[in-house]
Design a protein around this ligand. Structure first.
Ligand code: LMR
Length: 412
């Protein structure tokens, strides 16, 4: 017998996620010389996204040593959280008035944090910079918070428009939330200077704003210590603060979904309130986080030899990103700002039509906002990317300094 109604017929149609759709389009392209500068994963000079050596070793040890897969609880692996806190804060323990919770990736951390804010401050508005990772606003809106935007990136200087940011934040009210990228901004590769972090910390303290730092690329910018400086200053000086951490990129455990949420609160009773609420939220979202990836990260950080090997491989990754940045920057003056940016991404001033055209003509796959994944480039394809995009950059006369012969060949 037919049901009298269709259960899902009233749903609003949704567009596929643009970044995930781009991965599928790239895979389906038969061209051997196609270039993937789309999704944010690290790639080697030969285009692979390998499992890191220390991760492989820890996984092998885990396979041998693990005697039970019984539940750990909604807070997940507490030693893992403590070790990640050590990376973030530089201090051995979770410290006073701080609570850490293991989450499925940085996204899980952002979502628990957002749900916690809804409970604590339902009228709070979340201020996010433009542009930002496309999933930020949906996470906060999905939890029920109002999202406001402030200027962040200035395409004319390819840097941060800090004055415009501060001017817009004059509208923020006490109890509002300020979302900040800890380092290696996605999608622009720009980063706050120490002085700007200090100013933002003062702003949050003086105006009663709650900083929520998204730290997803520690170690891929200037170094593990350097990339944490801004977050450290903020956490040390602003009494109520939150931080979402992702191990997806710096341990290359993307699909294992490894992350943590840290909450600092000004008094012990309010911290306990935040803690018990965060745990009930996590319980209702995923009950308990997946263990494998966090256990592997914990084993690496707890073992001096594995840790040293992980740090070494991460440093190699960071150096390769820097080399590619230097290569792009020296290929043409219009690309010079790329050298001052950090992490996986830079954003080129190229419009959606031109992006579609370079995809069609050159097999270059980048999202519609002009973001490029620096790690998708190598010595073999860098000049082809430059030649593909250069004619579309404002102010370009359409020729690459680095590879005139290839440019001539393409324009012939
Ligand atoms: C990206 O920005 O490419 C990554 O963080 C992957 C994602 O989930 O969007």
């Amino acid at each position: 017998m037919m049901l009298p109604f269709q259960a899902f017929a009233g749903l609003v149609p949704q567009k596929p996620d643009a970044l995930l759709a781009l991965i599928a389009q790239y895979r389906a392209d038969p061209r051997a010389d196609k270039i993937d500068v789309g999704v944010g994963v690290y790639r080697t000079e030969t285009g692979e996204t390998p499992v890191m050596r220390a991760v492989k070793d820890a996984e092998a040890a885990l396979l041998n040593e693990q005697t039970s897969k019984s539940y750990l609880g909604a807070e997940g692996d507490q030693r893992f959280a403590q070790l990640i806190w050590q990376l973030v804060s530089g201090s051995e323990t979770l410290g006073e008035r701080c609570f850490g919770l293991q989450t499925p990736g940085g996204t899980g951390a952002l979502r628990v944090g957002a749900e916690l804010l809804v409970r604590a401050r339902p009228d709070a508005r979340v201020w996010i910079g433009e542009p930002t990772w496309p999933n930020h606003a949906p996470i906060f809106r999905g939890a029920g918070l109002e999202v406001r935007t402030h200027p962040y990136f200035d395409p004319d200087t390819a840097g941060i428009d800090f004055d415009a940011m501060l001017a817009a934040l004059a509208q923020a009210a006490a109890g509002d939330v300020l979302l900040l990228h800890g380092c290696c901004h996605n999608p622009t590769g720009t980063q706050f200077s120490r002085e700007q972090w200090r100013m933002l910390s003062d702003l949050c303290s003086q105006r009663g704003l709650i900083p929520f730092i998204d730290l997803a690329y520690q170690g891929l910018g200037d170094g593990m210590e350097e990339d944490a400086q801004g977050a450290r200053h903020m956490l040390a000086t602003v009494p109520d603060a939150m931080l979402a951490y992702s191990c997806d990129k710096n341990f290359a455990v993307y699909r294992d979904r490894v992350g943590a949420l840290f909450i600092r609160s000004r008094t012990e009773p309010s911290l306990q309130l935040a803690r018990t609420n965060a745990l009930t939220i996590a319980r209702s979202l995923w009950s308990m986080p997946p263990d494998h990836g966090a256990a592997v990260v914990r084993m690496i950080l707890d073992n001096p030899a594995l840790r040293a090997d992980w740090e070494e491989e991460l440093a190699d990754m960071r150096r390769r990103l820097q080399t590619v940045r230097q290569g792009l920057a020296s290929a043409h003056p219009l690309l010079a700002p790329v050298a001052t940016q950090r992490g996986l991404f830079s954003r080129l001033p190229i419009d959606a039509d031109a992006i579609a055209a370079v995809r069609r003509t050159h097999g270059i796959y980048m999202p519609a906002d002009g973001r490029i994944n620096i790690a998708g480039l190598n010595q073999a394809n860098l000049s082809r990317l430059v030649d593909g995009v250069l004619p579309h950059l404002p102010g370009s006369r359409g020729s690459s300094v680095s590879s005139p012969s290839r440019s001539q060949e393409l324009s012939a």
